[in-house]
Ligand binder design. Sequence first.
Ligand SMILES: Cc1cc2nc3c(=O)[nH]c(=O)nc-3n(C[C@H](O)[C@H](O)[C@H](O)COP(=O)(O)O)c2cc1C
Length: 163
Amino acid sequence: MPAGSQLQLESIAAIPLYNGDDEAAGGVPPAVARLKDAIAAADGLLLVSPEYNNSLPGVTKNAIDWLSRPASDVARVFRGRPVAIAGASPGGFGTILSQNAWLPVFRTLGADLWPGGRLLVSRAAGLIGPDGELADRDTLAAVEKFMAGFVSYVRLRSAVPPA
Ligand SMILES: Cc1cc2nc3c(=O)[nH]c(=O)nc-3n(C[C@H](O)[C@H](O)[C@H](O)COP(=O)(O)O)c2cc1C
């Protein structure tokens, strides 16, 4: 991450399947409420998602769907929030079809999609060292460039009051 910025890692692992009856009976689950608050407190959101069957993974979409509930809270969580999308895949296309499939989702939520860069990491299995960390220098440089661009955008956006 660029100097002066922080990346807070969050997981969707505790988010159950969306069910409108459950929501009507009990509201959003605690894991969803916590993640919504974390996004609302952040200056920007980086979504790192794999690609399933040439589109976005249903499990990740399920999480975003819960995070968009209730609809009256979408503005607090997503509207105008800078969003960047990244991903890594074992094949040669680096999640490009997944990333494209996210675009209408974040447009619908009114997020401020960063148009300035793409991070498509292909053949990812060969880029990771034995310690599980990214070891490939070119990919590390691409990640650094991507994050520097997104953080600059976030800083620019947070300096401008919303219209
Ligand atoms: C159901 C399924 C569909 C997949 N489809 C794609 C695909 O279309 N393109 C691709 O690059 N990788 C595809 N993969 C491989 C994933 O990129 C790879 O399994 C990745 O590690 C998934 O991340 P995960 O372990 O967090 O699920 C698919 C994997 C699964 C399980």
